[in-house]
Design a protein around this ligand. Structure first.
Ligand SMILES: *Cc1c(COP(=O)(O)O)cnc(C)c1O
Length: 348
């Protein structure tokens, strides 16, 4: 057991939204535009600024990253009984949309350095599912707590087996690999602007892609699957997953402050690093990766005492009642993160 004195005292919120720098006139102005029926123009401005920031060809604003992940699966044609690979060490929202489609999540455990999906376990999972006659239809990877996954290896594996990658970059705005924003490497990338993310509209998200066909499909499913006819014509089930223009504008105004926000997160990480370094291991930035250090997570060398005074890291999905009947590949690395790890608040 680790010393109680090492654990943080008092449950501070992990990460509160920061709306500083947004002027009242800007909010009044976006409300006026909505009254004038100019919501589409506001959304277009958001799309343009976000595309430029992350260097993607298409951006579709959505109500949440969860709805964005659902749209990604819809656009890739994931349907009942299809298998989708997903990390087990992630927030449940990464995997719930697989169940919305009545598809089957195949959980894969992490590497001990990045804490993200392990390339070795991924390849074992693909091989095992192929020999069972079930080729996975997509691979979701997550840049957990903002830390980039091993993209070079993961992209290689995915391209060898010709399986599309969906990047859950909900935590990872501003995180890069080879100086390129994560979320723009796979077929589709998903970002969140929910309350505790690095940039927040209180809620919201967006999906990005370089593929015009996928972009059109996601836009179509996000807006009630309206066909091209000039009257209301629907051939498939649609969803109401669009982002409010008011939130889009609140998010857009903050985009220019991203680098300053990352600086603050990095400074908080450094403080924790100096305090905890000798007794613990932290998520490592892999070669050529830059993490926004959205939240600091660390692992002690032994199980911690249970305490209401700190935040747990994510409990692996393959151990959750809602998911535990699905296939799992790994050596329980994530169970070690859960038993020995804590998540430290950015908001202090
Ligand atoms: C927050 C989060 C989501 C969900 O984002 P929402 O915008 O709240 O739907 C998905 N995946 C991860 C890894 C997250 O942390």
């Amino acid at each position: 057991m680790i010393k109680d004195s090492l654990l943080p005292k008092g449950l501070k919120p992990l990460s509160l939204p920061d709306f500083s720098g947004i002027e009242a006139e800007q909010l009044v102005s976006v409300l006026k535009k909505c009254e004038q029926g100019r919501g589409e123009e506001v959304l277009k401005n958001f799309e343009d600024d976000f595309k430029k920031l992350v260097q993607s060809d298409y951006c579709i604003p959505v109500s949440s990253a969860t709805s964005g992940l659902h749209l990604a699966l819809l656009a890739l044609g994931i349907a009942e009984d299809d298998e989708v690979i997903c990390p087990t060490f992630t927030f449940a929202a990464s995997a719930f949309p697989i169940l919305y489609q009545k598809a089957i999540p195949v959980f894969v455990d992490s590497d001990e350095d990045s804490w993200n999906i392990s390339p070795e376990h991924l390849e074992s999972a693909i091989k095992a599912r192929l020999s069972a006659g079930k080729k996975p239809k997509a691979i979701i990877i997550v840049h957990s707590y903002g830390n980039p996954a091993q993209l070079n290896l993961l992209l290689n594996i995915a391209s060898n087996y010709k399986i599309p990658i969906i990047e859950d970059a909900a935590n990872a705005l501003g995180s890069t690999f080879n100086q390129r924003q994560v979320g723009t490497f796979g077929s589709i990338g998903v970002f969140s602007f929910n309350r505790n993310k690095i940039i927040s509209g209180g809620a919201g998200g967006c999906v990005v892609t370089h593929d015009s066909i996928l972009a059109d499909k996601m836009r179509y499913f996000a807006h009630q699957a309206k066909s091209k006819q000039d009257y209301y014509h629907h051939e498939e089930v649609g969803y109401n997953y669009g982002l409010s223009p008011v939130l889009a504008e609140i998010i857009r105004i903050q985009l220019t402050t991203l680098q300053a926000r990352i600086k603050k997160r990095k400074a908080v990480f450094q403080e924790y690093f100096h305090k905890y370094n000798p007794e613990t291991t932290f998520q490592k930035e892999i070669d050529n990766a830059f993490s926004n250090r959205w939240l600091t997570v660390l692992k002690f060398k032994e199980p911690k005492i249970s305490s209401p005074e700190y935040h747990h890291v994510w409990k692996p999905l393959h151990t959750q009642p809602v998911f535990n009947r699905y296939p799992y590949f790994g050596n329980k690395e994530s169970e070690g993160f859960f038993e020995n790890g804590i998540c430290l608040p950015f908001s202090k």
